[in-house]
Design a protein around this ligand. Structure first.
Ligand code: RI2
Length: 308
């Protein structure tokens, strides 16, 4: 059964499964499948294997706290069970519950976010966020006449996925290259982006280039909204931990032999947008100011926040 964990981790690592929400659900499901098919005989072994699996899965995309929180959610209460069967059942039900809650969160964000959009709005989005796209599609579904600019999002070009999805929904969509953001921003009313991680100070960690959208939006006085499920809030940042920004292979940027070997290539795939550039974070518990992230974390996690 360990193959399901390795296979899922590899699919997340090589981006076959991508998007902060999707990888969290994939990680949680893999933990559930592992538990359901576990054929060991000892509770201690199960606890040890589950911990090992969690470490393998979470290492596959280090920036996305969603994955960490999704995997960790499946282990909730594991230290309080007394039999192996109870432990297996608990991981399976935790996993199902996480998948259900996180999917529902995207739908809730869509409804809340769509209220910010009015007919005639020109919107910009970046990369391929199911939470941000959900908001845009919901506004369109409500009959609002909107136009969307979507960035290409080099090097993986997730913007191609975004424009396909928006066009398929019948939305007036324009694809732009990443460096066109500032030029286009003058004609934009609102920006909606997703999140990989939100820190306790309300900073956003999201696809590289997000902070450029935020800066350009700030300069042009365009509202900048982040669409984020609350499980993307990183409790570790309360205690001063920094978010690790993932760097990926240089082959994502240039083909082999395209530039001399002496040329160094730096490929960070996320960046940090300070809270000061964010007007609001649209979450499954409502729209909040970035300054309220800490309060929401404490309210949701209660005392468990301070246990580890
Ligand atoms: P949802 C993506 O990361 C993008 O950074 C996107 O904004 C974020 O996940 C959130 O996606 P990548 O996996 O959870 O393409 O909103 O690196 O779908």
């Amino acid at each position: 059964m360990a193959e399901i964990i390795e296979k899922t981790a590899e699919s997340i690592r090589d981006m076959t499964i991508r998007g902060a929400g999707r990888i969290a659900r994939a990680g949680a499901s893999a933990m559930g499948d592992f538990a359901a098919g576990y054929n060991g005989t000892s509770l201690d072994d199960f606890r040890r294997d589950i911990k090992k699996n969690a470490a393998i899965l979470t290492a596959s995309r280090p920036t996305a706290v969603s994955l960490w929180n999704g995997v960790r959610a499946t282990m909730r209460g594991l230290s309080f069970v007394s039999t192996l069967q109870e432990a297996k059942d608990l991981v399976v039900s935790n996993s199902e519950e996480f998948v259900e809650i996180s999917s529902r969160a995207v739908a809730t964000i869509a409804k809340i976010g769509a209220n910010r959009i009015k007919s005639g709005d020109v919107i910009m989005t970046h990369c391929n966020s199911s939470a941000a796209i959900g908001v845009i599609k919901e506004a369109h579904r409500q009959g609002k006449d909107i136009k969307v600019y979507a960035t290409e999002s080099r090097p993986w070009r997730q913007g191609i996925l975004t424009v396909n999805e928006l066009a398929e929904a019948g939305i007036d969509t324009t694809l732009i290259i990443d460096s066109a953001v500032r030029t286009v921003m003058k004609g934009v009313d609102k920006v909606f982006v997703g999140a990989d991680t939100i820190t306790s100070h309300g900073a956003l960690i999201n696809k590289i280039g997000t902070s450029q959208l935020a800066l350009a939006a700030h300069e042009a006085r365009v509202q900048f909204y982040v669409c984020s499920e609350t499980y993307k809030f990183s409790s570790a940042t309360i205690f001063g931990d920094m978010v690790t920004i993932e760097e990926r292979s240089i082959e994502e940027v240039v083909k082999k032999g395209e530039v001399p070997d002496s040329v160094k290539i730096f490929n960070p795939v996320f960046d940090s947008t300070p809270a000061a550039y964010i007007d609001a974070i649209i979450t499954d518990v409502g729209m909040i100011h970035p300054g309220s992230v800490y309060d929401v974390m404490v309210r949701q996690l209660g005392d468990s926040l301070f246990e580890e």
